[in-house]
Design a protein around this ligand. Structure first.
Ligand code: IPM
Ligand code: MG
Length: 353
C-alpha cells in the first residue's frame, strides 16, 4: 500500500511529520512518498497542484495532506493560489464525500468555549459534499457590466445524482451509529437545496431504520451552539458544510482536534486535519498535531480497513490527553503544555501502553 504525503504550507509540514512518525511506529507494510502542494507546489513547479503531485496522488492508495495556504500568495492570480490546489485535487480524485467528525474528548470539556454540560459526550459526524455546489458551479467570475460596474458571479448547483450519492454515504454511516440523519439546507430560499431536500426524502425510503430530519442552515448554526448533542449525522452541501464544520469544531475545544476524510466511491481517500495552515504560528513547533494524527486513524479505518490499528491510534491520542499533555490551543491550567513534536512523541509512546 502506498500513501502520498503532501505536507503543504504553514504548519502543514510540522503536523504531517508527527502523523508520519505515528504511521512508522505502527510498523505496517506501507510505502510513503512525499510531494509538494499549495504554496509549496507553486514554489516548486509554478502550480499549486503540480502534475507530478497529482500523478502520485492518483497512483497512491491514500493521500495524507497537511494544509495549504499562506497570505503571501493572496495576490497571485486565483488559479495559482494554494487553495486552488486543494480544490483541484478533491475534484480530480473525485473525493465527493467529506467526513468531519466532531468528537469531544472528556479531558477537553474545559477547553471548549461552551459549558461542559452542553458539550460533554458530544459525537457528531458531519458529512459534507465536497466536489459540487457553489464551489465549482459555472458560470463564475468577475466581469464588468455595460455601465462599467464590476459584478461577481458564482453558481450554486447540484444534480440529483450528486445529492443522492452523498446522501447514501450519510445514511450508511448513520446505520453504524445512532441512526439519525439531519439534512441541512436552505430550501425556503434556494431551489438547489429544495431539490436536495426532495432527494433526501426519496432516499430515506431505502433506510426505514434511520430517522431523517431537515433543518435550515441558519437554524442549524444556532442549534449547534444551543444543543449540539441533538445531532448524530448531519449531511449538507459543500458551502454549508464548510461553515458548519468549523463551527462544530469549536464545540470540541479546538479546531486542532478535528480530523477529516475525503472519500471517492471506492473508499480511496485523502485525509487531512479540518483546520488550515495557520501561517502565523508556522515553524514555531507549537501547532496541535492531533487532528492530523487522528486523520491517520481515519485512513486506516476507511481506506485500509484496519479497524484495529485505527483504534490503536485513537486510544494512543486519548492516553496522551489523559496523561495531561496539551498543545497551546487546548491548554488549560493544571495540564502540561507541550510542543507539536512532543505531542507526536507522546502519542507514539502511548501506542505501546
Ligand atoms: C476546508 C477549507 C477549504 C474549503 C479551503 C482552504 C479551500 O476551508 O477544507 O474547509 O473551503 O473547503
Ligand atoms: Mg473550511
Amino acid at each position: 500500500m502506498k500513501i502520498a504525503v503532501l505536507p503543504g504550507d504553514g504548519i502543514g509540514p510540522e503536523i504531517v511529520a508527527q502523523a508520519v512518525k505515528v504511521l512508522h511506529a505502527l510498523n505496517l507494510d506501507l510505502t510513503l512518498e512525499e510531494a509538494p502542494i499549495g504554496g509549496a507546489g507553486y514554489e516548486a513547479a509554478g502550480d499549486p497542484l503540480p502534475e507530478a503531485t497529482l500523478q502520485l496522488a492518483k497512483e497512491a492508495d491514500a493521500v495524507l495532506l497537511g494544509a495549504v495556504g499562506d497570505w503571501k500568495y493572496d495576490s497571485l492570480p486565483r488559479d495559482k493560489r494554494p487553495e486552488r490546489g486543494l480544490l483541484r485535487i478533491r475534484k480530480e480524485l473525485n473525493l465527493f464525500a467529506n467526513l468531519r467528525p466532531a468528537l469531544l474528548y472528556p479531558e477537553l470539556a474545559a477547553a471548549s468555549t461552551l459549558k461542559p454540560e452542553v458539550v460533554s459526550g458530544l459525537d457528531i459526524m458531519i458529512v459534507r459534499e465536497l466536489t459540487g455546489d457553489i464551489y465549482f458551479g459555472q458560470p463564475r467570475g468577475i466581469s464588468t457590466l455595460e455601465n462599467g460596474e464590476r459584478e461577481g458571479i458564482n453558481t450554486m448547483r447540484y444534480s440529483e445524482s450528486e445529492i443522492r450519492r452523498i446522501g447514501r454515504v450519510a445514511f450508511d454511516i448513520a446505520m453504524k451509529r445512532n441512526k439519525k440523519v439531519c439534512s441541512v439546507d436552505k430550501a425556503n430560499v434556494l431551489e438547489t437545496t429544495e431539490l436536495w431536500r426532495q432527494v433526501m426524502i426519496e432516499l430515506a425510503k431505502d433506510y426505514p431504520e434511520v430517522e431523517l430530519s431537515h433543518m435550515y442552515v441558519d437554524n442549524a448554526a444556532m442549534q449547534l451552539i444551543r444543543a449540539p448533542k441533538q445531532f448524530d449525522v448531519m449531511v449538507t452541501g459543500n458551502i454549508f458544510g464548510d461553515i458548519l464544520s468549523d463551527e462544530a469544531s469549536m464545540l470540541t475545544g479546538s479546531i486542532g482536534m478535528l480530523p477529516s476524510a475525503s472519500l471517492d466511491a471506492n473508499n480511496k481517500g485523502m485525509y487531512e486535519p479540518s483546520h488550515g495552515s495557520a501561517p502565523d504560528i508556522a515553524g514555531k513547533n507549537i501547532a496541535n498535531p492531533l487532528a492530523t494524527i487522528l486523520s491517520v486513524a481515519m485512513m486506516l479505518r476507511y481506506t485500509f480497513n484496519d479497524e484495529v490499528s485505527a483504534v490503536r491510534v485513537e486510544n494512543a491520542v486519548k492516553k496522551a490527553l489523559a496523561q495531561g499533555y496539551r498543545t497551546a490551543d487546548i491548554y488549560t491550567e493544571g495540564s502540561q503544555k507541550v510542543s507539536c513534536s512532543d505531542m507526536g512523541d507522546a502519542v507514539v509512546a502511548a501506542l505501546s501502553l
